[in-house]
Design a protein around this ligand. Structure first.
Ligand SMILES: [Mg+2]
Length: 449
């Protein structure tokens, strides 16, 4: 069925839309929201069949409603944060605000037109011809490709995201006391909420994209990264990332921003790797696809071959953690590293992973950090081999993996985020301390209010 998403608070108008929609064809249905907040919360679940969107601006509180119904501008802003995929009509008598909505959406690249709700039967006389014209001239772009077992894949991506969020928050909290990480964790961490940083924020955008599209849609991902950054800039983003995301928010092309980073070398930082585990979770049954999608996700911000290699390595590690969850001991560790080395392109990062795979799990963490790095240079070759060594050692024990990841110092939040996103998949949700899951800041898709 083709779906019309409708924001409209007036019952008579809703009836008129219902009657008029039949004239568009038998294969049309509509989803109606009478307030902005519920539309914002729910409409993304319907993007898969949405062919047309029509938005009012002024909304009156419904009988018995306890909160302000919001306005059409808020909904227009949500759509502007997404990659355009079908036409939008604004049907509001509030001309000033209708133009604000129009501007938001135009700036976001959407095809948008206005219809003034004037006179008797305007839905049929004015709206319907406009809808027909727009559907003909700018039909829905087919950018959604959800696979059969999408839901199952998303459950894994959510699990990995939770592993990242807790690792990120605990790592950040203990960064200045990393040498006492074990004792502090044993004794009990301070009460929540444990705040997440850029690592989790960017991973949320990855997961949102997988949920909507079923693959890494680079334009949509760039827009989502920038949108999250604009909403909450104080999440500890690196200075190069801030510049790139600011530029996207000013209407710049992410391809150019990513390519120009660091004097045209591209970034070899950890930005791609720290957010990559959910990609491996989603594509776990296809390692080649995991590597391709991970590469696509990295290139939005990190074009340097080391930045890309680190991203692929972490995504494959996550997939491999899931695939080998029922294996044991040394054999499992070997399978884990074999998969990562098979798909990670030749690079300093890969050479580090070779050393990590040959470094016994019984060696002291300080010694390992000296040999492999601990993220203190905030580059992929300095971070990913170390993180994978820690993950491979503790595939069955989420809490132990975080302690080790943090103990060595360096880029504690990112190290623990990478390790957490991988180990959550092998150890399982039941292995993550319940209290930690509750103390972390509320996470989209994972925690419902
Ligand atoms: Mg961070």
């Amino acid at each position: 069925m083709k779906t019309l998403l409708l924001l409209e608070d007036n019952s008579e108008r809703i009836e008129a839309f219902e009657a008029t929609l039949r004239e568009l064809g038998d294969d049309w249905q509509m989803r109606v929201w009478r307030d902005a907040h519920s539309m914002i919360a729910e409409c993304e679940d319907h993007f898969g069949d949405t062919h047309l969107i029509s938005l009012d601006h002024d909304l009156n509180p419904q009988p018995g409603a306890t909160r302000d119904p919001g306005t059409g501008v808020e909904v227009a802003k949500l759509f502007a944060s997404h990659f355009p995929f079908c036409p939008i009509i604004i049907h509001s008598t509030n001309a000033d605000r209708a133009w604000s909505m129009h501007n938001e959406l135009r700036f976001g690249g959407w095809t948008v037109e206005r219809v003034g709700p004037i006179g008797e039967d305007w839905v049929k006389k004015l709206w319907l011809p406009k809808a027909r014209e727009m559907l003909k001239n700018s039909p829905r772009a087919d950018i959604f490709q959800l696979p059969e077992n999408h839901h199952e894949r998303m459950q894994r991506a959510f699990l990995s995201l939770e592993g990242i969020a807790i690792g990120d928050a605990v790592g950040e909290m203990l960064a200045y006391r990393h040498y006492q990480a074990s004792e502090i964790i044993e004794r009990g961490l301070p009460a929540g909420p444990w705040f997440r940083t850029d690592d989790t924020e960017m991973a949320i955008s990855i997961v949102e994209g997988l949920k909507l599209y079923g693959y890494v849609h680079q334009d949509a991902l760039a827009r989502r990264f920038a949108w999250r950054y604009e909403k909450e800039p104080d999440r500890g983003y690196g200075s190069m990332t801030r510049m790139q995301l600011n530029e996207i928010n000013r209407g710049g092309d992410w391809r150019q921003g990513a390519a120009n980073a660091f004097g045209g070398q591209g970034s070899m930082g950890n930005g791609g790797a720290m957010r990559a585990a959910p990609i491996g979770a989603y594509f776990a049954d296809d390692l080649k696809r995991t590597a391709d999608e991970a590469r696509a996700s990295a290139l939005v911000t990190h074009t340097h071959p080391e930045g890309v290699a680190g991203t692929i390595a972490v995504a494959i590690a996550a997939a491999s953690a899931w695939l080998t969850r029922n294996s044991l001991g040394d054999e499992r560790r070997k399978q884990f590293f074999d998969a990562v080395l098979e798909f990670t392109p030749e690079s300093k990062t890969r050479r580090g992973i070779v050393i990590a795979s040959q470094t016994s799990p019984s060696i002291e963490i300080e010694t390992v950090a000296k040999a492999l790095g601990n993220g203190s240079l905030v580059t992929a070759p300095d971070t990913v081999p170390f993180a994978l060594w820690v993950a491979a050692k503790h595939l069955d024990d989420y809490a132990a993996s975080l302690k080790q990841a943090i103990l060595a110092g360096g880029d504690c939040d990112t190290n623990a985020a990478i390790v957490g996103g991988i180990v959550a998949l092998s150890a399982g949700r039941e292995n993550i301390p319940t209290k930690w899951r509750q103390q972390k800041e509320r996470l989209p898709f994972v925690d419902f209010s």
